[in-house]
Design a protein around this ligand. Structure first.
Ligand SMILES: [Zn+2]
Ligand SMILES: [Zn+2]
Length: 296
């Protein structure tokens, strides 16, 4: 049922609005923490964090939650694929789709996997090896056939990613258990920021976030809770609110806010209500849903 619904709502890459030299953002997974298939979440989608970004011919993949499986199915037809994964962090909901990403099993493909949240001594390669390890998982990452490079960096670095093609990627550290990294992707005079998972401190706007999102065209932000839910039950859980997103985006003169990383307990009707409130608070703001495509 879930598979049928996703195929019906997602615009396939092959017939989609992929621009020749433009900038495109497409959502394949918008849910936080755990996938939530079923009729109550069918309109916004139940898959966890996965976003496709096209900068002309270059492909960037933001996180690899369960949504990446559907993107992978579409990408198989584009082989050979050469792309970069930008991971916010390695919590399960952001990496659990990786072993099911079909382009990893095509030898003609090439991927670079970037992560900036790990402390000294831990590497992305090691973390993913330990995540795909018996008896938790039947096969190790060695089964992948594509050329895969693991690239660790420090949150705050600017990534050496195709500046020759006019792509600039800046990063910042986020406030999250075990760390996380926010990204700002600049291309063709526009900018898209991906800020999840992160917790705010009420009354103290996060300077790292403000610095990264200043003047951005699109900001995709961790809006897991409402201010009321956060204060009541979720201080210290590592996530933020749509109201804090509005405060940050207004302070940083952001053009468009995208509500992201939806709470698994927020069904479609609840997301409709949040969408109305956030659009009233910040005109143009939208709630992310699977299949949604934005042109910055
Ligand atoms: Zn998450
Ligand atoms: Zn997390």
């Amino acid at each position: 049922m879930q598979g049928a619904r996703v195929r019906a709502t997602v615009v396939p890459v092959s017939e989609g609005n992929t621009p020749g030299d433009g900038f495109l953002v497409r959502f394949w997974g918008v849910r936080g923490s755990i996938a939530t298939p079923g009729p109550a979440t069918a309109r916004y989608g139940g898959n966890t964090s996965s976003i496709e970004v096209r900068c002309g011919a270059r492909l960037l993949l933001l996180d690899a939650g369960t949504g990446i499986r559907y993107l992978g199915g579409a990408l198989v037809r584009e082989a050979p694929v050469d792309a970069d994964f930008l991971f916010t962090h390695t919590h399960f909901d952001h990496v659990c789709g990786l072993p099911f990403f079909k382009p990893f099993f095509q030898p003609e493909n090439r991927f670079r996997l970037w992560a900036g949240h790990l402390d000294e001594g831990l590497t992305l390669h090691r973390v993913l090896r330990e995540f795909m390890m018996a008896p938790l998982f039947p096969v190790p990452p060695d089964v992948f056939k594509a050329a895969i490079e693991y690239r660790d960096f420090r949150g705050g670095d600017t990534l050496p990613l195709d500046r020759a093609q006019g792509i600039n990627v800046r990063t910042a550290r986020l406030n999250h258990p075990n760390g996380a990294t926010g990204y700002r992707i600049e291309y063709a005079g526009k900018s898209v920021c991906y800020i999840t998972d992160t917790e705010h401190v009420p009354g103290k706007p996060d300077r790292n976030v403000l610095g990264l999102i200043e003047g951005a065209d699109i900001v995709i932000y961790d809006c897991m809770y409402t201010d009321e839910e956060y204060a009541r039950a979720y201080v210290g859980w590592g996530h933020s609110t749509w109201q804090e997103a509005v405060r940050l985006c207004k302070a940083a003169r952001v053009k468009k806010l995208v509500v992201f990383h939806h709470d698994p307990d927020h069904d479609d009707d609840r997301m409709d209500a949040i969408g109305r409130e956030v659009a009233a608070a910040m005109p143009g703001a939208v709630v992310a849903r699977e299949g949604m495509t934005l042109l910055p």
